[in-house]
Ligand binder design. Structure first.
Ligand SMILES: [Cu+2]
Length: 585
């Protein structure tokens, strides 16, 4: 495999991000380039903007505009995408569509605008699977012009949530020529919170800390909590929630944001945690001292406010819920089975996620809907002299030095305990509710239609954009699954139905992202109206689910929409659509 440099010689050590407060018209130099990053007892070559991981946090005023001069110090082409910002199309950072790629040593100047308050971020839009994983991401905090837009808090803490895949102290290799881990996306085994492994924060008793969280992982969904503290969800992707809400935790898919106020009512040791159904990861330690925070905010923390601009949107919700969708977009996977093509002898088919599911014929897993993959019967090697010496691999007998010989399969692994008749998932084009009910039969690692872990890491590593094809198909009446070809006009509101189909070689969750053509509201999930509205640019569509969104189209240009699992985007899960300028009256 042709891989990227891992050399750390003479590289500057990665620093923590600076916070840059920028006024309207300010100019900024942004330099993506290699850094040496210390991770526990190993040091690896990563990438940073201006030498830091994450890149500098930009703090700006709503309605302002800043100029960003980017110089590419990395060894591969790049662009900068300003995620979630409704800006001018030519500064959206999409290679070959809105700009030419910035080559190594090249420059490009962006003029970025901040029409909406809230939390946004920036990252490359070329080989995101590599460069974002290696550290190219940074947060943008847009302060509202409206006073009291947010409830009072003592302090802002801006944190990216990420994971990194290490193998024997090195970052698992990337191919220069193709994206690997295309099936599930690259799940890491080391959590990075604000670029650090298990950082420590301190707080005062009674302090309200506002956490500004962005999931910058390639594929992992985070469920974040602070046990024994009180959490209040106040904002999402683009601004505040319709209703502030006390929550036990918040779920963030790749590229989603959450704004969470945390109240520490007593002194002691706390932790920011990521909790899956099976596992708890500590993301940060928080020490709360007995010193009391001033001014007291506990009473105001108890107040749950509502946002009038979103209450107004809810008043129109009934109409939108009743309306037929203007567009229907289906998510489907096609997965090659190299084992089936090369197998010579008898083949059995097994689920990569559920190895106990085995079949004589190609079909789908009744537990998760995934395509069963061909496996040749297992071969073991045994010593002809010492039959008790067995190995999975060819080798020599430690007792006598004789070459171990392949032995016939025992057949024990081919236990057809699932019963062939029950093997086909009860899905059909019309039977979507059955498909969704089916999704709840998943193992706990895939509870709620979310793949919390990579349960098929070996196979996932081997999948590439050549063998794994993620598709977005237009299922709008009359389109019959053709590629997407959308054209809207600024000022339009479009109801889009996103269907994560179970009749697919690899049913999985997808965070669906729409670039700055507009912003959207989630209207309903599987027909159930969304209980708490917020403007969004990314929505998590769990396995088998149907999500209706209302896209408020505002900005003309050629805009992308794609899955924000980096490897899925590079495997075809993307398209672009045109927004025409509204006719002038
Ligand atoms: Cu995806």
């Amino acid at each position: 495999m042709d891989t990227f440099s891992t050399d750390i010689t003479d590289l500057p050590e990665a620093t923590p991000p600076a916070v840059l407060e920028l006024a309207d018209g300010d100019e900024l130099q942004l330099r993506p380039g290699p850094v040496a990053k210390r991770l526990g007892d190993t040091t690896v070559r990563m990438l940073g903007y201006n030498g830091s991981i994450p890149g500098p946090t930009l703090r700006v005023r709503q309605g302002s505009e800043v100029v960003v001069h980017v110089t590419n110090h990395t060894d591969l082409d790049t662009t900068v995408h300003w995620h979630g910002l409704r800006l001018e199309n030519r500064f959206d950072g999409v290679p070959h569509e809105t700009q030419a790629p910035i080559p190594p040593g090249g420059e490009f100047t962006y003029r970025i605008q901040f029409p909406d308050p809230g939390l946004y971020w920036y990252h490359p839009h070329i080989r995101e699977d590599v460069t974002q994983e290696l550290g190219l991401y940074g947060s943008i905090l847009v302060d509202p012009t409206e006073p009291d837009y947010w409830p009072p808090a003592h302090r802002d803490v801006v944190l990216t949530l990420d994971d990194l895949l290490l193998e024997d102290g090195a970052i698992a290799p990337f191919s220069r020529t193709e994206t690997n881990y295309a099936a599930m996306g690259r799940y890491g085994n080391l959590m990075l919170t604000g670029g650090e492994t298990d950082p420590t924060f301190t707080a005062h008793t009674g302090e309200v800390i506002r956490l500004w969280l962005t999931n910058t992982a390639n594929s992992r969904v985070f469920r974040v909590t602070v046990p024994e503290a009180r959490l209040k969800l106040v904002g999402g992707d683009s601004g505040r929630m319709e209703h502030e809400e006390f929550v036990p935790d918040v779920v963030l898919a790749p590229s989603e944001r959450a704004v969470v106020d945390v109240l520490f009512e007593r002194a002691g040791a706390f932790a920011l945690e990521h909790r899956t159904p099976n596992r708890t990861y500590r993301l940060a330690a928080i020490t709360v001292t007995s010193e009391v925070a001033e001014p007291p905010l506990t009473e105001q923390f108890a107040v749950l406010r509502t946002a009038p601009e979103l209450v107004a949107e809810r008043a129109r919700l009934e109409t939108w819920l009743a309306a037929p969708p203007d567009k229907v977009l289906a998510i489907v996977a096609e997965m090659d089975d190299p084992g089936a093509a090369t197998a010579t002898g008898p083949v059995t088919y097994a689920c990569p996620m559920h190895p106990e599911v085995v079949s004589d014929e190609p079909r789908r897993c009744p537990k998760c809907g995934m395509k069963l993959m061909a496996t040749t019967p297992p071969v073991t090697y045994a010593c002809p002299m010492h039959p008790e010496v067995v190995s999975d691999e060819p080798g020599r007998c430690p007792k006598c030095g004789m070459k171990l010989m392949a032995t016939a399969p025992t057949g024990a692994s081919a236990s057809h305990d699932m019963g062939h008749g029950a093997a086909t998932p009860e899905t059909s084009a019309a039977g979507h509710s059955a498909a969704h009910a089916h999704a709840h039969h998943h193992g706990s690692a895939t509870a709620d239609g979310i793949e919390w872990e990579d349960e098929m890491a070996e196979m996932n590593r081997a999948t590439t954009t050549a063998t794994m094809r993620w598709k977005l198909l237009d299922r709008t009446a009359g389109r019959d699954g053709l590629p997407v070809d959308w054209r809207f006009t600024a000022g339009q509101q479009v109801k889009i139905r996103l269907v994560n189909e179970m009749d697919s070689d690899h049913p999985m969750h997808h965070p669906f992202h729409i670039h700055g053509a507009g912003r959207f509201l989630v209207l309903a999930r599987d027909g159930a109206p969304e209980p708490n509205l917020v403007w969004k640019d990314t929505v998590l569509i769990p396995t088998g689910q149907t999500v209706d969104i209302l896209l408020d189209v505002t900005n003309p240009g050629l805009w992308m929409a794609h899955c924000h699992i980096a490897e899925h985007m590079h495997s075809g899960m993307m398209f672009s659509f045109t927004v025409d300028r509204a006719a002038t009256p």
